[in-house]
Design a binder for this molecule. Structure first.
Ligand code: AN7
Length: 344
């Protein structure tokens, strides 16, 4: 049978109500790409879980198929979320698929162009809030408490159910859980989901390295950040909704949550691109964290199996690349000009 999406494949492991009506774009089933050249640097067996291969270009589709399927099954008419971009694009696509009205709130001017374009293309009503993601999240929480609009941020428990499938796929591909799982942490839904998924699947437990951006690192600092700031706009979040659970996951797994600078994030993004894997900046945070811990002698990688979760596609945030690189050369359309240009 051809692949039919996450609820069809893993629904028996997901705590979804009976009324759930599957809405799928055949999300999930993403590649676990071996990274032998990079792994040799650490002496470990390294893999990238490439979540950019999901239908809307990020891991958010895993949770969104579950949240929208639940909402659609109880005749909800309108769904809403706050988002740094990827949740917005995903909610927009699944709402469209389900025939629901989709409303997304984003922080004004702080969403990467590929995500904004996605949300608009899928037909969501996009509203820019003069404030941070955290301010936008407070607004959607309030409106969903006072009206019948359904919330599809990862506060919604069905989002977590769907996102557990990332852990299931990794276990199915490797035959067991890896020794380490490295991933970015923003609102902390994904780290919470992975840990729940590994615990439930009973194929072993990884140590978890959660990575925040230094300018938006409430879980490392131990207090909310009022004005979060990072080039990795996806994780520009100062008050993570599932912060406590993220800390529990790190602690219980004998792992940790660390912060890396924007420079370290961009360097890790380049390293991945040089291996043919283009991810958006936030998605490179997991590798940046691994590199930082390894350089500091805090990561014993020898002989270990390590999975780095790359949460979103590079095409989500093309301006990061085009702004920092010189424009391509322009030549007359002659053979000699071409030879000149490539300096053979
Ligand atoms: C590429 O879209 O919060 O810790 O509103 O887009 O589960 O929040 C995005 C988060 C990592 C962090 N990588 O995951 C949103 C949003 C990418 C992301 C994260 C996000 P969580």
């Amino acid at each position: 049978m051809t692949y039919q999406g996450l609820i069809q494949r893993y629904g028996r492991y997901l705590d979804l109500p009976d009324h759930t009506k599957t809405i799928s774009l055949l999300e999930g089933n993403t590649p676990l790409i071996p990274m032998p050249r990079l792994g040799r640097q650490f002496g470990c067996e390294l893999f990238v879980k490439f979540e950019g291969a999901n239908p809307t270009g990020s891991f958010k589709d895993r949770g969104m198929t579950a949240a929208i399927s639940e909402a659609a099954g109880r005749a909800v008419q309108t769904v809403i979320c706050a988002s740094t971009g990827n949740t917005a694009a995903s909610a927009a696509a699944y709402a469209a698929r389900a025939g629901l009205r989709g409303i997304v709130l984003i922080p004004e001017g702080k969403v990467a162009v590929g995500k904004l374009a996605g949300a608009i293309a899928y037909g969501a009503e996009v509203i820019q809030v003069q404030g941070s993601f955290d301010d936008a999240l407070s607004l959607v929480v309030e409106i969903t408490q006072k009206t019948p609009i359904a919330l599809v941020n990862s506060i919604n428990p069905f989002r977590i159910e769907g996102q557990k499938t990332g852990a299931f796929e990794i276990c199915d591909d490797l035959g067991s859980a890896p020794d380490w799982l490295c991933l970015p942490v923003g609102n902390a839904g994904n780290i919470t989901s992975y840990w729940a998924g590994f615990k439930q699947y009973q194929k072993g437990l990884p140590q978890i390295l959660g990575v925040q951006a230094a300018g938006a690192a409430p879980l490392v600092l131990g207090h909310p950040v009022e004005k979060p700031d990072t080039i990795a706009t996806a994780i520009r979040i100062g008050k993570p909704a599932r912060g406590e659970q993220a800390l529990d996951a790190a602690h219980e797994s004998n792992g940790r949550i660390i912060a890396v600078t924007d420079e370290q994030i961009l360097a890790a993004q380049k390293i991945l691109s040089a291996e043919g894997v283009w991810v958006e900046p936030a998605s490179a945070a997991g590798l940046a964290g691994l590199l930082a811990e390894s350089a500091a002698g805090r990561f014993e990688a020898e002989g270990k199996r390590v999975v780095v979760v790359c949460t979103g596609h590079g095409m989500k945030d093309p301006s990061i690349i085009t702004e920092s690189f010189r424009s391509p050369k322009i030549i007359p359309s002659t053979y000699n000009a071409l030879l000149d240009a490539i300096k053979l």
